[in-house]
Design a protein around this ligand. Structure first.
Ligand code: ATP
Ligand code: MG
Ligand code: MG
Length: 351
């Protein structure tokens, strides 16, 4: 049977592997940790760094297509293996989404609104950018940030030098703070044939930079949903994309503003496993395997809640709740702030 390679064996790789297994695909995962979350599900684990050219070449030699579960995979080694095996989503999507400056320039270039921003490489540039943008801002590292790590709020009187140093003094971006009503995201897929299927957008609540809940439809009107899905489709087409993408937005008085894009399945799409016939994980496997996309239709309203750190200890107690789907990632160490599982509660229309 055909085999699919996944770079990264965290919870997203694990959930992709679960969906792929159900369709009969063999799964080979590359991860530095033999006991990664995906290990319980994958047929084979290649132990190696994500950017190790030898390990990637070995992965490529064993599978029919290579995909990835996170956006910080080094682009050059991925381009190299793309000469021997399809790499989907295309490496260009990695290149765009792993650097916040390249990402915002791309989005603005295709007519998609973002926060106002300036690239910042030292404290002087930070001072100038702050004067230029005027008002509260957020300083973020250009690369490697996730779950709100690598960010600092910049106000008029805050010591800019300290903020810059607190991020490690690396190449950064200063973004104007967006006064949003709420946050939402679209998880959408593009198939090998160019077909696009977007799930309904979710309203997202973050705390301390980490996603807490995704609610569908939440406060999202049908008009706003269509507008957000149209932006996602525009991004997919411009990247000549194949696979699932996550697009994060701010809803503001002036309309939709994109926060960031993720070239992979997305935490705010985990509800699809409970409320859709085809989950985001199966949809991604279908796309990269060259199969038809499934319908993104939703059969229930729902709320997905992340289980973070020690919250995982009560996960199985939630099985007593009605219309509830519990998902445990099987990660060993329930460190504070670590995503350990999630629970989706359905609110069925026939009740
Ligand atoms: P993720 O885990 O989603 O990849 P991340 O570390 O890449 O997160 P962002 O999504 O850039 O971080 O920011 C995290 C959260 O911080 C956002 O969801 C939003 O709540 C807030 N935030 C980020 N940028 C802005 C902005 N320009 N204006 C207002 N709020 C912002
Ligand atoms: Mg991010
Ligand atoms: Mg984000």
């Amino acid at each position: 049977n055909a085999a699919i390679g996944i770079v990264g064996g965290g919870q997203l790789g694990r959930m992709l592997a679960l969906s792929a297994a159900r369709l009969g695909y063999r799964i080979v995962v590359l991860d530095p940790n033999r006991h990664c979350a995906a290990a319980q599900v994958a047929n084979e684990i290649i132990v190696g760094a994500y950017d190790d050219a030898g390990a990637l070449a070995e992965l490529a030699s064993r599978v029919a297509v290579v995909t990835y579960e996170f956006e910080n995979v080094a682009v050059d080694p991925m381009r190299r293996i793309a000469e021997t095996v399809p790499v989907l989503p295309p490496p260009h999507a990695l290149e765009v989404s792993q650097d916040r400056v390249v990402e915002k320039a791309f989005l603005n270039g295709i007519g998609v609104a973002t926060a106002e921003w300036r690239a910042v490489d030292d404290v002087q540039e930070l001072d100038h950018a702050f004067q230029d943008l005027g008002g509260d801002c957020i300083l973020k590292t250009r690369r490697f940030g996730y779950d709100g790590k690598g960010q600092a709020t910049i106000r008029q009187r805050s010591p800019h030098a300290e903020a810059f140093a607190s991020l490690g003094g690396v190449s950064s971006i200063l973004e104007k703070k967006v006064p949003f009503d709420f946050e939402l995201s679209v998880v959408a897929a593009r198939g090998a044939d160019g077909a696009i299927a977007a799930f309904d957008p979710a309203e997202n609540v973050h705390s301390l930079g980490i996603l807490r809940t995704s609610t569908v439809p939440g406060r999202i009107t049908p008009e706003l949903a269509h507008a957000a899905q149209a932006v996602a489709a525009r991004i997919l087409e411009h990247l000549d994309y194949v696979g699932v993408i996550g697009v994060e937005f701010f809803a503001t008085d002036g309309g939709l503003v994109v926060n960031e894009i993720a070239p992979r399945v997305h935490n705010s799409g985990h509800w699809t496993e409970a409320a859709c016939t085809v989950s985001q994980f199966e949809q991604h496997i279908r796309a990269v395997a060259g199969r038809p996309l499934g319908s993104p239709a939703r059969h229930a309203d729902c709320v997905m809640e992340n289980l973070i750190g020690a919250e995982i200890e009560q996960a199985l107690d939630r099985l007593a709740e009605p219309d509830t789907v519990v998902h445990v990632y099987g990660k060993g160490d329930a460190k504070p702030g670590r995503k350990m599982g999630h629970v989706t509660r359905l609110h069925r229309r026939d009740r």
